[in-house]
Write a protein that binds this ligand. Structure first.
Ligand SMILES: O=C(O)CCC(=O)C(=O)O
Length: 277
């Protein structure tokens, strides 16, 4: 074993140190076989039976031929385990640091006839001047085989560090072919977009998990999106990731998870004038 290997953090077969270095350097990493066929079948079944499609066009296309569903953690328990997966946790922490939360949960199903999406940056929503520390890190797990014909994601390697220019739609892209189960993870500044699905009959289903740093607002407000009666039953780590994390004063000085449980936002021991008595 080389010194570099010995110093690497390896989590369940994923060399996190190397993967994070790749994301830092080129803006993305590609991990084949991240999930297996039985997991894909379970997630696909849950998406088919529990999750309603959201009427929303893909960014930059007007065909309506991308089916999307958001707010997945309100609707199904089938992907909780992926947010808790030690490999995901370590990779996200490696890129964003330890104080993170869930930003967006989505399924994208690109149907035949969909056109190419505009290249965009997922961290462009927050008006923070570039260069800035990484604050968004995203993953797309292929649930179908993604290829050039059915709309594999376009990315522009290294573009996360091109701070001197806006996104250029004419730039050469790399279309990332992935067999089902592969995960593409990228830094939020990477220029990317869904591909055109020119196949006659093949869908392209992917599961998208986005994290951002816990001190910025998430794009989808998880605290509202996942109803309280659902959130209260989730594992503590997932509750933290939804935004029930300690941040400064908490709620009346209490841990937000305690407040999630008892709903009491009035500190019962408050005595406004105790010192005058
Ligand atoms: O489906 C893809 O390949 C990427 C989709 C995407 O980036 C988006 O809809 O914002």
């Amino acid at each position: 074993m080389t010194t570099a290997e010995a110093d690497s953090l390896v989590v369940e077969g994923v060399n996190v140190t190397e993967r994070v270095a790749e994301i830092e350097a080129q803006g993305y990493t590609l991990i084949p076989d991240f999930i297996q066929a039985d997991e894909i079948a379970r997630i696909r079944h849950a998406f088919d039976t529990e999750v309603q499609i959201t009427e929303m066009r893909a960014i930059g296309t007007d065909t309506g031929k991308t089916l999307r569903a958001h707010n997945l953690l309100a609707k199904t328990r089938a992907v909780d385990y992926l947010f808790l997966d030690p490999r995901i946790r370590a990779l996200i922490e490696g890129v964003l640091g330890s104080r993170v939360q869930i930003n967006v949960t989505t399924l994208f199903n690109i149907l035949p006839g969909e056109t190419k999406q505009f290249l965009h940056q997922d961290d462009g929503l927050w008006p923070i001047k570039r260069p800035h520390p990484h604050f968004v890190c995203n993953a797309l797990i292929a649930l179908d085989d993604f290829d050039v014909e059915n709309g594999a994601t376009h990315i522009v390697p290294y573009s996360h560090s091109w701070h001197d220019r806006p996104v250029d739609q004419s730039v050469e892209t790399l279309q990332v072919t992935m067999s089902a189960g592969t995960m593409l993870m990228w830094e939020g500044g990477l220029w990317h977009g869904g591909g055109a699905n020119t196949s006659p009959d093949r869908e392209r289903l992917g599961f998208f998990m986005s994290h951002n740093v816990a001190y910025l607002r998430p794009q989808e407000i998880q605290l509202l999106s996942v109803p309280r009666n659902v959130a209260v039953q989730l594992p503590k780590m997932l509750q933290r990731l939804l935004g029930y994390h300690q941040f400064g004063l908490g709620v009346d000085g209490r841990d937000p998870i305690d407040v999630l449980k008892d709903g009491n936002v009035i500190n019962p021991s408050a005595q406004v004038a105790w010192w005058r008595d």
